[in-house]
Design a protein. Sequence first.
Length: 94
Amino acid sequence: MQTQTPLVKNENKNRFECDLQNGKTGFVKYEEKDDSMRLTYSEVPEEIRGQGYGKAMVKKTLNRIEQMDKKVEPKCSFVEHVMDENPHWDHLRS
């Protein structure tokens, strides 16, 4: 599943947000350090779980962090799962 909406870095809430489907917003919470982002929690609205939106959102988040030239410390089990399934993200691990 791909989501065409942009990923937004909401610095007030310390999370990346994405409108996944018809106004339903998913997010990945983070703790930002100088050279890395600790990803602590991710959430997709219950009614659209299991349709690939979470993976698409995490991949967008990883792309954004890569563009920011930072490393990733995956503390969220789902983020870690997505990274484990996609070894091309290994260079981002802190």
